[in-house]
Design a binder for this molecule. Structure first.
Ligand code: ZN
Length: 440
């Protein structure tokens, strides 16, 4: 293979001749002039070979980076000829030019797309010297193509599944009815997770029975029957769908979700006490109950430094409600630590008593919910499952959200989750053809 052909192969071009190459070493740029091969020019409409040249149409295109040169610009002379069969002038076909983004080659778009599977459009635009909005659009286009090819891996083990809701964004309520209606409404996304693989299998917008049903549609009837355990939040619409769609599944409420709930209850108490302290001018307590300290307050003893523990002791002495709330959190954790159902029940009974004595409204409410779903919580204790994977995934999804992929586009967020945390990426979907020709 000669030098010319090697470059053409590297750049993913087809049927062109290189006329000139200029290397700019200081800026790591390459400018390449290429012309379509005369004998390989066919009408883009009917495929008949052109017999005459009307003009050479000049185009500027971005090509993928090559070695130490990150900015490759192509000057492409594309043949325009008279097609006798179409009876008009047409440009010759060049399938390596991107059909949607006419200023780049397919190879450039695919290189960028693969990078965007892992890093932000912003970062890729810097690496490839383009603007981030174009990169974002390339990414959207590519994810859409890939979604058409997406099938869950065969023989995937779905005996254990989990459904998890993630907060997506809070938007202003557009059809607000009345002055006292909620001004802002939160939006959620439901993810169907395989804890075994640590991957999101499917997702849908919303957090009701419809959204979970939509996720489960991605599984075959056989797969649905083979689900043995299904971990969910204490959320009735989810449970109802699981009972009908996965009749063999035992529903468990897992520790991850329970801990979320108990932390929420604690935070409500913290906010009430914070307000009280501010109103009464209790500077010490107010300081210690500030929102940014809530993670220290909710951490388990083992995770804290000596200084933090000292601070906590001071707070517990100063405020009885916080002291009691912290005890309630700790006792709840201890109940969940129990290895068997009998000792769990015993610990939970003790916890109920404490809650009743505490008279703390958020915990009374939580106790009611826990009582209602006791069977499902016991199922979790019996299963001996851990929630490390669910927690890890949740963190990852929250990172995706914080990067604000899709500039708040719903669809983009859903796809990005599937790409980063699921099977919508080139590790599972072969997109090698997109390097050379992106026409579906
Ligand atoms: Zn034609």
């Amino acid at each position: 293979m000669d030098f010319q052909n090697a470059i053409i192969e590297f750049l993913g071009l087809q049927d062109v001749v290189i006329e000139e190459i200029n290397f700019h070493h200081e800026s790591r740029k390459v400018r390449l002039i290429v012309r379509q091969k005369r004998e390989e020019c066919f009408c883009g409409q009917c495929g008949v070979q052109f017999d005459s040249v009307k003009e050479w149409h000049k185009k500027e295109l971005r090509a993928p980076p090559m070695g130490v040169f990150s900015d490759i610009k192509l000057i492409f002379y594309q043949l325009r000829g008279n097609c006798e069969s179409c009876n008009r002038s047409e440009v010759a076909e060049a399938r390596w030019i991107h059909p949607e983004f006419r200023s780049m080659t397919c190879g450039f778009s695919e290189v960028a797309g693969r990078l965007m599977e892992e890093i932000t459009c912003e970062a890729v635009s810097r690496i490839l010297h383009t603007d981030s909005m174009t990169m974002w659009r390339v990414d959207q286009w590519r994810m859409e193509q890939m979604e058409k090819r997406l099938v869950l891996p065969e023989n995937i083990d779905v005996r254990f599944l989990a459904a998890d809701e993630v907060h997506f964004r809070t938007v202003e309520n557009e059809n607000r009815k009345g002055l006292f209606a909620k001004r802002f409404v939160p939006e959620f996304v439901t993810n169907l997770v395989s804890p075994r693989y640590g991957k999101v299998l499917a997702n849908a917008y919303g957090r009701d029975s419809v959204s979970l049903e939509e996720c489960l549609l991605k599984l075959s009837p056989d797969q649905l029957l083979s689900v043995e355990k299904f971990a969910v939040d204490m959320h009735e619409p989810f449970m109802a769908v699981i009972r009908t769609e996965c009749p063999n599944a035992e529903i468990c409420v897992d520790r991850f979700h329970l801990v979320q709930k108990v932390n929420e209850a604690f935070d409500k108490v913290r906010r009430i006490e914070f307000k009280k302290a501010r109103d009464s001018g209790d500077k010490l307590v107010e300081d210690m109950l500030e929102p940014h300290r809530r993670f220290i307050l909710m951490a388990r003893d083992a995770d804290l430094s000596r200084k933090e523990k000292k601070l906590l002791d001071k707070l517990r002495n100063a405020n009885k409600e916080i002291h009691v709330a912290m005890l309630l959190v700790e006792y709840f954790h201890r109940a969940l630590d129990k290895a068997n159902v009998l000792s769990f029940r015993k610990a939970l009974r003790a916890w109920y008593l404490l809650v009743r004595e505490s008279k703390l409204e958020p915990f009374l409410k939580l106790a009611k919910t826990v009582r209602r779903y006791r069977r499902q919580i016991e199922a979790y204790i019996k299963s001996g499952l851990t929630t490390a994977v669910a927690e890890g995934l949740n963190n990852k999804i929250n990172t995706v959200r914080k990067m604000d992929y899709g500039y708040s586009s719903k669809q983009s967020f859903l796809r990005k989750i599937l790409q980063r945390c699921g099977f919508l990426n080139h590790q599972y979907i072969n997109t090698d053809d997109l390097f050379y020709c992106a026409t579906p």
